[in-house]
Ligand binder design. Sequence first.
Ligand SMILES: Cc1cc2nc3c(=O)[nH]c(=O)nc-3n(C[C@H](O)[C@H](O)[C@H](O)COP(=O)(O)O)c2cc1C
Length: 195
Amino acid sequence: MEAKLDNLLAQSWEKLQQAKRGKAGSRYITVCNFANNYPNAYTVVLREALPDRNLIIFHTDIRSEKVSEIKSNPNLTVVYYDDADHIQIILKAEAAIHHQDDIAKQQWQQSGFKSRRNYLTEHAPSSPLNEEGSGLEYLGEQKFDDSDPAGYKNFAVVVLDVHSLEYLQLNKDGNRRARFKNEQQKGWAGEWITP
Ligand SMILES: Cc1cc2nc3c(=O)[nH]c(=O)nc-3n(C[C@H](O)[C@H](O)[C@H](O)COP(=O)(O)O)c2cc1C
């Protein structure tokens, strides 16, 4: 691959790593899965970006509808936009769900108390409520701290094996766009495309 394209691919992964640390742009990605004849799109926190293994990671509730949808169709599209640098990165990936295994355990240990609380809702995400509420009312005055394992049973890790990356930078002197594909054995190949 031409050196400039090679560099651009590395820069794109770096951007995702910085995003994960909250250092550049947003910590959030938009994930799309396809189910019931519609693309479903939602915002999640980007938890890891691992260029050496072509992986990105987000967390979710094992009871969430998207988990069973992703299990039956693991093809995901992810959109990231860095508003400061006007860079859009679109990833295509195959996802795997991890629940109560070594990966889930490690990610749970890395996540903070506030995030962990999200996994304590009484009912599954998307369950109808009789009235307005957070789903946490049943906890009453119960206090939780960082070491509390409650919620772990509902905690799932989605690991995305990225096989395609599209880069677009908006620039007043001319936009730039490139697409990269990671083919097994051959590794990443890229080409410039018309913005
Ligand atoms: C800023 C922001 C960050 C979010 N982060 C996550 C996340 O990391 N994981 C997650 O499952 N949902 C996250 N959500 C909620 C999802 O967008 C979505 O509403 C939720 O997962 C509902 O899932 P369901 O339709 O499968 O029930 C976030 C929402 C916002 C607004």
